[in-house]
Design a protein around this ligand. Sequence first.
Ligand code: DGL
Length: 265
Amino acid sequence: MGDKRPVGLFDSGIGGLTVFERVTSILPDESVVYFGDTANVPYGGRPVEELVRFGDRIIRFLLQKSVKCVIFACNTSSSVSIGFLREKYAVPMVGLVEPGVRMAAAATRNKRVGLLATEATVKSGSYPRAMAGLDPEITVFSQAAPLLVPLVEAGKTDTPEAEAALTEYLEPLKKAGVDTLILGCTHYPFFTPLISRILGAEVVLVDPAVATVEEARRILAEEGMLANPGGARYEFYVSGDPGEFDRLAVLFSCRRLPPAEKVEL
Ligand code: DGL
């Protein structure tokens, strides 16, 4: 039969587009409802209660749109609020942390993995905890990078400011000798060329979105909820300025996206 209901995706802003891109390639038949909480970006410096409250109203909005599962296209929410929200709602939810850790564990040769993420993600300890559960011999070196999300949201990914910030954030990870780096925020893949230049091509960059969307595909297949081929539709909603979101989406995405619509949650 095929399940035509859309997949829900959310982030604080434009970063979730890096996950959306993976959905379009790994789950090309699925419709998507994307919510960017651009009135509240950045999430990275916010307390747990606030992130849970934001997540709660976003899930309610996505459920009104009849989503069949929710992919957390935000590491901060995947680290901080997914546990609370899973207890409250029955809809399947897929977060970035465990899939990201599996990818990093498979990639590292020297068992030294770097994590570049928001302050809230680093503070939550989600990645080192998940890694300890998977392979206790692997050490995760965490670095918070609070300047990066505002740079992406301002469209400044390839600028001297971005290079200076990344050089500073990556220095301790370089010193720690990591051979693998988890891009622990969905805004960071936009910096991939710059990060590779600073760390060198021998350091493997892991984008958790790949394994996360593969996990979503597995869940949908198991539950008999995959869509039939053809007919994927995409809808974008934001809590802030839709024109600004559209402008950044054109800058960062290689595909033409439908215009975003503003919603008050
Ligand atoms: N892109 C999100 C993440 O992956 C949120 C970043 C932020 O708003 O600080 O963590």
